[in-house]
Write a protein that binds this ligand. Structure first.
Ligand SMILES: *Cc1c(COP(=O)(O)O)cnc(C)c1O
Length: 434
């Protein structure tokens, strides 16, 4: 049977121009950092599937946790009912997260986690009698998902033209992007903080929250900021009394080298969104965690003050059981050592990359290494450079997925040094042959 032919007849793939895209690659299995093609070839997965698979594919401990939970209970409605996997997961995560983040609201994916954070921030002020606080601040080049609210807080990143008039107004500010040996760092941060303060001087009274991807902007181009900037920014936001929402959908669960970006920077957001790495890449699940103060603003005799929001699969027990198993692995000494090992290897190879004449802005945060390829062609997500590089990498059975002229590595934590070096060799060779 020609499965790819059937796929091409009936399937519609995400983020794909189906007319010009090459045939999808049929994958029959996956283990650790390797994807097995139908034809027997092995592909090295250096972007963790789609940034979700933190412990490698088909991890035995996670498989067992899933199997055990499936035999016990696959799902139960979460309104009026509860279950141990959700309770245990909430307890363990709130223990690791900053002190004030105490209340876990479950959903299904990164976009819903963001929608929930935005809705909670707006209803929080509404419930407190400050329904004028409707403005939201977000960063240029951010990505928060593909639902309408999530698109609204990221529309600067493009692709949203057909929906433009359906998106709500957001105040956008610049992200203080930096890189290794950045001579302009101080100036950039100063300017960005000033822009933020100026905006707040004018709008804070009517502002609900600021939402951001802390430390790394993912889809917007693996742009990185310093912990120093993050600390200052959060302090300013709090001094003006607005809520701070961290979208840690990509950076959560070890990506930045620490379990969460907020832990790494020692800052406390009022709301945090988590998804991708939450279940180790096994099942679609997300959480939005709020402070107790936010939660309390929803308590009332009147149902209208409650958060009337929910999804069919809220707190799916399979997802919770798998998330618990994944968390054990994330916190293990072995994984913690792997995070340091990967960061060190990335650093060495990025230094090498910085000597190439068509490479600039090499940058590193935890297990994410990134660089810009200099070219005269158009930049951005649809840059032809990105397509050329992707074709080269896939031909060499290395799964890398450049974001336009931005090439990055975001591997599962179990990836060995040999595998990483092989990936970097091909990554750099691809840039050299351009
Ligand atoms: C991927 C991503 C999202 C959206 O998550 P989905 O599960 O794809 O809906 C939101 N925010 C960030 C930072 C992401 O990287």
């Amino acid at each position: 049977m020609n499965y790819v032919a059937i796929d091409k007849k009936h399937v519609w793939h995400p983020f794909t121009q189906e007319l010009t895209a090459p045939d999808p690659i049929l994958i029959k299995g996956a283990k650790g950092s390797i994807l097995y093609k139908e034809n027997g070839e092995e592909v090295l997965d250096l972007v963790s599937s789609w940034w979700v698979n933190i412990h490698g594919h088909a991890n035995e401990k996670i498989v067992q946790a899933l199997h055990k939970q499936a035999q016990t209970m696959e799902h139960v409605i979460f309104a009026g009912f509860t279950h141990k996997p959700a309770i245990e997961l909430s307890q363990r995560l709130t223990k690791i997260l900053p002190d004030k983040l105490e209340r876990v609201f479950f959903s299904d994916n990164g976009s819903t986690a963001v929608e929930i954070a935005l809705k909670l921030s707006l209803q929080y002020w509404f419930n407190k009698g400050q329904s004028n606080r409707k403005r939201i601040i977000a960063f240029n080049n951010s990505y928060h998902g593909d639902t309408f609210g999530a698109m609204s807080v990221a529309k600067e990143s493009g692709f949203y033209e057909p929906f433009e008039d359906k998106l709500f107004h957001v105040d956008f500010i610049n992200y203080p992007s930096t890189y290794m040996n950045d001579p302009n760092l101080e100036q950039t941060e100063e300017e960005c903080l000033k822009e933020f303060t100026n905006l707040l001087d004018k709008t804070a009274q009517d502002t609900s929250a600021i939402i951001l991807e802390p430390l790394i902007q993912g889809a917007g181009g693996m742009n990185m900021m310093t912990t120093n900037y993050l600390q200052k920014m959060v302090k300013i936001a709090k001094s003006y009394g607005i809520l701070v929402i961290f979208d840690e959908v990509m950076v959560g669960f070890g990506r930045t080298g620490d379990i969460f970006a907020c832990n790494k920077a020692k800052v406390e957001p009022d709301l945090i969104c988590l998804s991708k790495g939450l279940t180790g890449g096994f099942l679609p699940m997300a959480i939005t965690v709020a402070t107790e103060e936010i939660y309390e603003a929803f308590l009332d005799e009147d149902f209208n003050r409650a958060f009337a929001h929910g999804h069919s699969f809220t707190a799916n027990p399979l997802g919770c059981a798998v998330a618990l198993a994944s968390l054990d692995i994330t916190l293990s000494d072995e994984t913690q050592a792997n995070l340091k090992r990967i960061e060190k290897l990335h650093r060495d190879r990025l230094e090498e990359a910085s000597t190439l004449k068509n490479v600039e802005k090499v940058r590193l945060c935890g297990t994410v290494g990134a660089l810009d390829v200099i070219s005269t062609e158009q930049s951005g997500y649809t840059s032809p450079i990105g397509t050329k590089l992707k074709t080269y990498y896939w031909k060499h059975n290395i799964h890398l997925r450049p974001l336009g002229n931005v090439v990055y590595m975001l591997p599962p934590y179990c990836t060995t040094n040999d595998q990483l070096n092989k990936g970097w060799d091909v990554l750099l060779a691809g840039i050299k042959q351009l």
